[in-house]
Ligand binder design. Structure first.
Ligand code: C2O
Ligand code: CU
Length: 441
């Protein structure tokens, strides 16, 4: 690759659009066809994007405020926007056929989002999702804490994974037998914010907040930073119960982590490599370059934790649980269907829960594939894996259920409405692996 082109890429990335929003100034998100210059090719690649940006604009709002977002669908097919992880009014959740009508080509829809929780979230379509996300429709949504945070930098990395053909076009067949027999569509070009192996600049002594979002259709990441100490301070947008060291944390599609990274005062001139270690073949994702400047005094503070948020003890007396059996069958739209209790969406085995009572769910994977299971509009706690107590030091909205594994989770329905529950491997979801939890007052 050309040095010149690399410089231009870095410049473009530096400018990659940010929105600071509030209710008085609605944001406009326009889904449309366009082009993007990836660093891999000499030609531009046809993509679908929000506001002509890959990834879509980084949205920042403050906790407690209401954001208004005008969505304009300028694609040739229906779409919608789902705000992954945000606890919002059900009517704003962006699921066609469940919480709203699909937004047709040329139509608009106004989302009003009351920001209840501060943290790292993201947004993406919920219609023909395996194709719409893969073609580029996704963006990060940060809800800022009420007070200014003490980190010197706040980096946001939206991980993606593109499947390109040699001519620089996106492989145009979706939900293929190959995707469906495996763990969805894995690509051949991992990117961070649309860039390849970006280099980030730091100063000795800095403390940096790094938010990592897995926005890929199917690829699982497990980021590792060689030589640097990094603590996980939030998972799936929510402060952890107890801060812990980043060590083989598995970031499945949908998951987010917030890291507290300390750049040692004695590390001027060093380059730290961030690599992915999920598969047997580790590869570089990005690098962090420390400049030669005078060390800055590393700020001393303890990031917030949430010891009392849906503690595991809350579920000790809960009797009975819902079990969803995850498996594949022949049939469905694509010849291979992914089921929850033998049913394919929209003919799903749904569940009704009353408001406010702790509930347990078991995701029982009877297949040998991966299923990152996601529930809309709630945070849950992992209680057991394969029947063994496995309390995690954090809550989640997406949990990876491995081959033949069974995962028990606990949560408290706190918002009424119909909340979608599905595998976040987009191809599995499109092939039927979705259902709903209806919460009634
Ligand atoms: Cu990212 Cu239905 O979710
Ligand atoms: Cu799956």
């Amino acid at each position: 690759m050309h040095i010149g082109r690399m410089l231009i890429m870095t410049l473009i990335l530096g400018l990659f659009g940010q929105f600071y929003a509030n209710a008085e100034q609605p944001l406009k998100l326009e889904a449309k066809e366009g082009f993007y210059q990836f660093p891999f090719f000499d030609t531009q690649t046809a993509v679908w994007s929000y506001n002509d940006q890959i990834p879509g604009p980084l949205i920042r709002g403050r906790v407690g405020t209401t954001l208004v977002i005008d969505f304009a669908n300028r694609l040739k097919e229906p779409s919608s926007i789902h705000w992954h992880g945000l606890r919002i009014e059900n009517a704003m959740d962006g699921v066609p056929g469940v919480t709203q009508d699909p937004v047709g080509p040329g139509e608009n829809f106004t989302y009003r989002l009351k920001l209840e929780d501060a943290g790292t979230f993201w947004y993406h379509p919920h219609f023909n999702s395996s194709e719409q996300l893969e073609r580029g429709l996704k963006g990060v949504f940060i809800v800022e804490e009420a007070e200014k945070q003490p980190w010197s930098q706040d980096w946001v990395w939206l991980m993606d994974d593109w499947l390109f053909q040699k001519d620089g076009t996106i492989y145009p067949h979706f939900n293929t037998g190959r995707d469906l027999m495996h763990d969805g569509r894995w690509g051949n070009a991992p990117t961070i914010n649309g860039n390849f192996r970006p280099e980030y600049q730091a100063k000795p002594g800095e403390r940096i907040r790094l938010r990592i979002i897995n926005g890929a259709n199917a690829r699982v990441f497990s980021p590792h930073i060689e030589g640097l100490s990094a603590n996980i301070i939030a998972v799936d947008g929510r402060p952890v119960t107890k801060i812990f060291v980043l060590d083989r944390f598995v970031l499945s599609p949908g998951n987010r982590i917030d890291l507290d990274i300390r750049i040692p005062e004695q590390s001027g001139g060093k380059i730290f490599i961030v690599e992915d270690r999920f598969t047997r073949k580790a590869f570089e994702l990005a690098s962090i370059k420390v400049d030669q400047s005078e060390p800055i005094k590393s700020p001393k503070f303890i990031p917030p934790t949430e010891a009392n948020f849906i503690p595991a003890q809350m579920f000790e007396k809960v009797k009975g649980e819902k079990t969803w059996d995850l498996n594949a069958i022949r049939g469905g739209k694509f010849g291979i269907g992914w089921t929850m209790n033998q049913k394919l969406w929209p003919d799903a085995d749904k569940v009704d829960y009353p408001l406010g009572l702790p509930r347990k769910i078991i995701f029982k994977n009877n297949s040998s594939r991966l299923h990152p299971m996601h529930i809309h509009g709630v945070f849950f706690r992992v209680l057991e894996r394969n029947g063994q107590k496995a309390v995690e030091q954090f809550t989640r909205d997406t949990v990876l259920v491995g081959p033949r594994e069974s995962v028990t989770i606990g949560f408290v329905p706190e918002h009424t409405g119909i909340w979608l529950t599905h595998c976040h491997i987009q191809e599995h979801a499109e092939a039927g692996m979705m259902t709903t939890i209806e919460v009634k007052n």
